[in-house]
Write a protein that binds this ligand. Structure first.
Ligand code: KG4
Ligand code: ZN
Length: 410
């Protein structure tokens, strides 16, 4: 069967058409067409995502992208034209058998645009519509690809490369959570952030360093530059007064005023007994650190080395916390499979540190990361979660689908 997947939960409008097949051991997917309209440039001016602006952009892009995917998949662009334009003759021959749409979590004005669009298509084409949890999409994303064929292995498969329970660390702009996957479709959130998400902290700290939105890749670049330098100079970072501080003309100012000599940030909640995270205090610590550095030198933030130093220590703090809690959960639940997904899963340092941690365990745990193009929001992962939901209950009719900004995994 063919399915149309729609994603509008945040600042990416995504539409895809996939051919899907179910067999005993796996769900198979073939990407017929996929598109993604990013709004990053528009939101960048404001340093973050503006929900009403996101809504406007989704509304603008949805019909255009629908036409594109229908054309690319050779299912007929003209069908789309007559379908979505008001007061046109409606073509009721549907190019797909099923429509799936993100219904939450996310920004409600943005979510509604996808839902309203999907509902209209579902009525006009007379095909079922299934609401999808965006986070379930992220969970499945490591098995996907944005071109060609791919598959999701199912539980019953004895030769399957996966075994349940699987642990998943979801790290994005809106979420930081550890999820125990008892089976596909059966989730238990065992820990989550009590305040800011990891990606959100990256974005906020990037703003303090005058870096553009989204901050994750920007901070990462600076941290990487500093990391390479330390490695090259063979310096143990923990004992190293940062370049920024060493370059201050008068070290006595630091001593007299008890300013930090080494750039060091906290690892909030790292030793808490639960699996929760907190990143808001870390962000505030960066704010105070910049304030203190400016006491010694008001121009300190104009120095690239200062930014690199802060970026490195911030990234180390985030990644150390994420890896520590993930390890604790693996040990407690003895999981043999680990999924890391969401925008922050594109982070190189996180990948390296997760791999290092796994190597030191005395049992083997296999880790799955999404391909780079599927780390961020996209509609391929929504198609995956939507089709999985469909196979679990093929006759269920979803009435009154609505946007749920805080939709939880269960
Ligand atoms: O999953 P995603 O695209 O959207 C949400 O559902 O939130 O995640 C976006 C987040 C942003 O906060 C962005 O700064 C962060 O992912 N991000 C990264 C990297 N690439 C994106 N954070 C750290 N390192 C990266 N390389
Ligand atoms: Zn997301």
């Amino acid at each position: 069967m063919k399915i149309l997947a729609i994603e509008t939960s945040c600042d990416e409008t995504g539409l895809s058409i996939l051919e899907v097949k179910e067999s005993k051991n796996k769900l198979s997917f073939k990407v017929l067409a996929t598109t993604l309209a990013s709004q990053i440039k528009i939101h960048r001016e404001y340093g973050g995502v503006y929900p009403m602006l996101a809504k406007r952009e989704h509304i603008k892009h949805l019909p255009i992208l629908l036409e594109k995917v229908l054309k690319k998949s050779k299912l007929g662009g003209s069908v789309a034209k007559s379908t979505w334009r008001p007061n046109r003759q409606v073509n009721t021959v549907s190019p797909v058998d099923l429509i799936v749409v993100t219904s939450g979590p996310g920004l409600e004005p943005a979510l509604w645009t996808g839902i309203v669009f999907a509902k209209e298509l579902s009525q006009k084409w007379n095909v079922p519509l299934i609401p999808v949890n965006h986070m379930e999409g992220h969970i499945l994303s490591p098995f996907g690809a944005n071109a060609g064929d791919f598959e999701i292995p199912l539980t019953e498969n004895k030769d399957s490369s996966i075994s349940f329970p699987i642990l998943s660390l979801l790290v994005s702009g809106g979420h930081t959570e550890l999820v125990l996957i008892k089976d596909w479709g059966k989730y238990k959130v065992i820990g989550q952030t009590v305040d800011d998400a990891a990606g959100e902290a990256y974005d906020k700290v990037a703003r303090m360093l005058d870096l553009p939105y989204p901050g994750g890749p920007e901070i990462s670049k600076l941290a990487e530059a500093r990391r390479k330098f330390l490695l090259f100079e063979n310096i143990a970072q923990a004992d190293e007064p940062s370049i920024a501080i060493r370059q201050q003309a008068n070290m006595s100012v630091f001593k007299k005023q008890k300013l930090p000599i080494v750039i060091k940030l906290p690892r909030p909640m790292i030793y808490s007994k639960d699996f929760n995270f907190s990143f808001s205090g870390l962000k505030t610590a960066v704010l105070y650190l910049i304030r203190d550095l400016k006491i010694a030198n008001p121009n300190v933030m104009e120095n690239q080395n200062t930014k690199n130093d802060i970026a490195l220590e911030f990234e180390n703090a985030v990644v150390e916390t994420l890896v520590h809690k993930t390890k604790k959960a693996i040990l407690k639940y003895k999981t043999k499979n680990l999924i890391i997904a969401g925008g922050v899963s594109a982070n190189k340092h996180l990948k390296n540190e997760i791999n290092k941690m796994l190597k030191k365990l005395d049992f083997e745990t296999q880790v799955f990361f999404p391909k780079k193009e599927l780390t961020g929001d996209n509609s391929i992962m929504i198609a995956m979660a939507g089709f999985l939901k469909y196979t679990k209950n093929k006759t269920k009719i979803y009435k009154n689908i609505k946007a749920e900004g805080n939709l939880k995994l269960k």
